[in-house]
Design a protein around this ligand. Sequence first.
Ligand code: SF4
Length: 376
Amino acid sequence: MAGIYIHIPFCKQKCHYCNFFSLASNKYRDEFVKALLQEMEMKSDYLKGEEVRTVYIGGGTPSMLEVSDIHLISEKLNTLFSISKDAEITLEANPDDISKVYLKALKSTFVNRLSIGIQSFFADDLHYLHRVHDEVQSRKAIEEARDAGFDKFTIDLIYGIPTLTNEKWLKNLEYFFATGINHLSAYALTVEPRTSLSHLISKGRMPAVDEMQSAQHFEMLIEKMEEKGFIHYEISNFARPGHYSKHNSIYWLGGNYLGLGPSAHSYNGVSRQWNVSNLAKYIQNAALEGSVAEKEVLTMEQLYNEYVMTSLRTSWGCDLEHIRNGFGLFFLEHCIKESNRFIELQELRLDNNRLYLTNKGKLFADGIASAMFMDS
Ligand code: SF4
């Protein structure tokens, strides 16, 4: 089980909350694509001949690529890697890029799943977030993608936006249900340091995020999604049976993945490495090991901590048998001891030798996981 992630580092403008690596221009698109193809050559052995089940083109804004770039990427991937015939190939697209002409051309590439960054169906929320698209484009994007022949989708929504009342959040979910899409990623708005949003809030030019409101939106989300038959299979992801994101499941189930493009991360079960977050350096060094900024061989403690963090966030839960077999008795005893208080608080439940977050525990997922960590 292996996947490839490709990071496209261009956006039309920076959203206020964004801390991903991307530049508000695609001036160096040609040079970037050339470097990306070189990096693929250089890292063609990374997955050691494993079958690649998923390719995820994310960013940044991949829909700022020309369709001819996507053809080049797919040709090179197919030459260098063993991409399975039924691979899930996702491309992230923003509503403002989704024209009928673009979508029709995109349909001729290997992309078979779209992830559309809707975020909200309301103008004031999109304005707060400083998104390029408007509410009309939010509503039209899915329809046009479907008309172009795409049948596999996910959309992103953001909750906890100060302009997003409970009533509007329910409306956003209703719009989502009306589309008939089988997968939703919903994220709490977080104010990351050194973002425009953090600056604007600190200067009093934007209202601050209310954690209580955000938690309320999360509870409403879980309730509505369950009501409609969606499975909450990861803390930020919901799908109808058979529609889980195969690519993200590779991350959550500990599979190997190769990350290409600036700032992309890779993992092969033993070590983790990540590329430079600098487009000029990336372009200069993509054909060399120099595209890799850092590499670390993971200790047993780090591997255990990552397993606890990711597994608890999923509906598969944290498997105590896996901890015993993969990490040993010392780790198992630590995990049981630390989890007991959360079981008493009804934030975790133990079922069939697996630990699961309860709906109450999902509100504190990161805190619970880190309390169960091993010092590393
Ligand atoms: S479109 Fe996505 S990657 Fe680009 S600035 Fe906005 S949030 Fe960041």
